[in-house]
Design a protein around this ligand. Structure first.
Ligand SMILES: CC(C)(COP(=O)(O)OP(=O)(O)OC[C@H]1O[C@@H](n2cnc3c(N)ncnc32)[C@H](O)[C@@H]1OP(=O)(O)O)[C@@H](O)C(=O)NCCC(=O)NCCS
Length: 144
């Protein structure tokens, strides 16, 4: 059964493994621990049969929620895990009085863009050269 719960430091290794499998520039363990220390209340993992298969983190800045990251292990995609994580995050952001949520996604990441559209996000703007390799970011937003 899928369980969404808060991240704990014991999850660090599994989260880092998923990061490496998902991203060309994965976060360092130190960066992931920084997210936990600053935004642990809005940092969730998805656990399936005792294994961490996905995670998502957000923060609130001036009544706006920002999705920092969402990722699902490649072996467990298209099972609704990403959506379950996002819905929990949005619920937590609403509880913290966020009225809108935004996120950035690589311009080439069309799968993730379809995922966000499915969740009701709309394309807002493009940030040129946003990533360190020069790729643009597309900003998506959703009213909560
Ligand atoms: C984006 C990501 C988190 C989606 O996770 P997921 O668990 O596979 O997503 P879900 O199963 O909840 O998908 C829900 C719906 O979103 C859409 N969707 C999800 N992934 C999609 C894809 N690759 N292509 C097109 N539509 C997609 C579909 O409508 C899907 O419903 P369906 O499977 O019934 O068609 C996952 O692909 C991932 O980890 N990608 C790598 C990391 C990443 O790009 N993160 C986001 C940028 S920060």
């Amino acid at each position: 059964m899928l369980r969404i719960r808060n991240f704990t430091p014991d999850d660090l290794e599994q989260v880092c493994e998923i990061q490496r499998a998902c991203f060309t520039e994965p976060y360092t363990p130190e960066f992931i621990m920084n997210i936990y220390e600053a935004h642990g209340d809005t940092f969730f993992v998805a656990e399936l049969g005792g294994r961490v298969v996905g995670y998502a983190a957000a923060r609130v800045i001036s009544f706006r929620g920002h999705i920092i990251v969402v990722a699902v292990h490649p072996g467990f995609r298209r099972l609704g895990i990403g959506m379950a994580l996002m819905l929990v995050l949005e619920h937590e952001l609403r509880k913290r009085h966020a009225m809108e949520v935004w996120l950035e996604v690589r311009a080439s990441n069309t799968g993730a863009m379809d995922f966000y559209r499915r969740l009701g996000y709309v394309e807002k703007s493009v940030l040129r050269n946003y990533y360190s390799d020069g790729e643009d970011a597309v900003v998506f937003t959703k009213l909560l």
